[in-house]
Design a protein around this ligand. Structure first.
Ligand code: GTP
Length: 369
């Protein structure tokens, strides 16, 4: 069991990365190079420079995962904590799940940074949840003579999460520093979040597609990419108006969240076109997941409009595939589905094997990069 209360999900940053930074403290002796209370004062300009360097470093990132990792590493180094955990609450309507990132100092130098699965009912996770919800921090003395510090992360009255620093010395002086980092992080995460999400649905936007694809490929090795397109959407707009059209887009995004798993990555590419990166183990699993989604949408009674259907094209993606190529293949499968009655799922490789995508196959409509 991890002290932060989670089951390890995956390691995100190697010690080689963190080895560029200050060496971690060995416990239980107080860290000599931490920007601790006395240290901050004594080091003067040097301490300020280190703090500013750390802020510049973690706000350099344009990717939320990298930002989260960098924040925990910066704080672990500056504060000389044995471990720093960033807890984030789930976003509204389940747009982002509850998450934990933990940076731990290794006994012989460097740090390990991991994403952890929040596991219910574990003491320190509960403390972080409470700290986040109440937006109220505290310092707890531990039996070993050190302290745990809990600091909430919030912005404009909205609770975003909490930071937990374990086994600190001189925590009172560090409190201001950690509070400051929490405030900078809160401002920055909101900006990053807005820049990578579609405004209407909260799904990832197209700009983040390549990065998310690479990330998932690194984790899964192989995955499936599906393009989902609402059938006859122009007719819906023309008959009921754009507001109803927008409502259909919003409801479809909700069905996507409910239908696909937490490991799958969901995008709205624009208009009535959506993309899913599926972490399924094989094409049958991918096909079943997409078919479930298709049937779910077809069976839903959309307010005022009634029945709405979607067509889906999907393709396998390997580590060496170009994003533009796989998008084009999925798009060809989608247009096969559109041309063969709509409200269906088409698999690119299966169509190729059947010889169904001949020279006359329709040209994809997705705008390539
Ligand atoms: N309400 C709404 N409509 C949009 C948005 N973006 C694009 N559209 C409309 O979506 C429609 C897309 O229509 P088409 O590309 O012709 O496709 P379709 O009618 O769905 O037909 P098929 O895809 O062939 O089944 C157009 O009428 C666009 O104006 C949006 O954000 N909101």
């Amino acid at each position: 069991m991890n002290p932060a209360g989670g089951v390890r999900r995956h390691r995100c940053m190697s010690t080689a990365v963190s080895a560029r930074h200050t060496q971690p403290a060995e416990q239980p002796s107080p860290p000599h190079d931490a920007v601790s209370g006395a240290g901050l004062h004594a080091l003067g300009g040097l301490a300020h420079k280190r703090v500013l360097d750390s802020v510049a470093q973690f706000t350099h990132h344009r990717d939320i995962d990298a930002l989260d990792q960098s924040l925990t590493l910066s704080l672990a180094e500056l504060a000389g904590a044995r471990a720093v955990t960033l807890y984030k609450r789930a976003g509204e309507a389940g747009i982002t799940p509850e998450s934990l990132v933990r940076c731990t100092a290794r006994a012989h130098g460097g740090h390990i940074i991991e994403s952890l699965e929040p596991a219910a009912g574990v003491p320190l996770l509960e403390s972080m949840r409470q700290c986040a919800a109440q937006m109220h921090g505290r310092i707890e003395r531990t039996e070993g003579g050190g302290c745990h510090m809990l600091v909430p992360i919030h912005r404009d009255g909205q609770a975003l999460g909490a930071l937990l620093l374990e086994d600190l010395y001189a925590p009172d002086a560090l409190r201001l520093l950690v509070d400051g980092f929490a405030r900078i992080y809160a401002n920055y995460i909101v900006l990053l979040h807005e820049s990578e999400r579609d405004k209407l649905t909260g799904l990832y936007n197209r700009r983040t597609f390549e990065r998310q694809l690479q990330r998932l490929l690194q984790r899964e090795g192989r995955l499936w990419l599906a393009i989902l397109d609402i059938d006859h959407f122009k007719r819906i707009n023309d008959t009921y108006g754009h507001l109803y059209g927008d409502e259909v887009i919003l409801l479809l995004a909700q069905h996507m969240r409910a239908s696909f798993g937490p490991e799958d990555v969901l995008f709205r590419f624009g208009g009535e076109e959506f993309v899913v990166l599926l972490a399924a183990t094989d094409p049958t699993g991918a096909h079943e997941a997409l078919e479930r989604f298709r049937a779910r949408v077809a069976g839903h009674d959309f307010p005022q409009i009634g029945r709405v259907t979607v067509s889906v094209g999907f393709v396998g993606v390997g580590a060496h595939d170009y994003p533009a190529t796989v998008l084009d293949r999925a798009d060809k499968a989608l247009y096969f589905a559109k041309n063969h009655g709509r409200d269906r799922v088409a698999h690119y490789e299966a169509l190729v094997a059947q010889g169904a995508l001949g020279a006359a196959a329709p040209v994809g409509s997705v705008d390539l990069f």
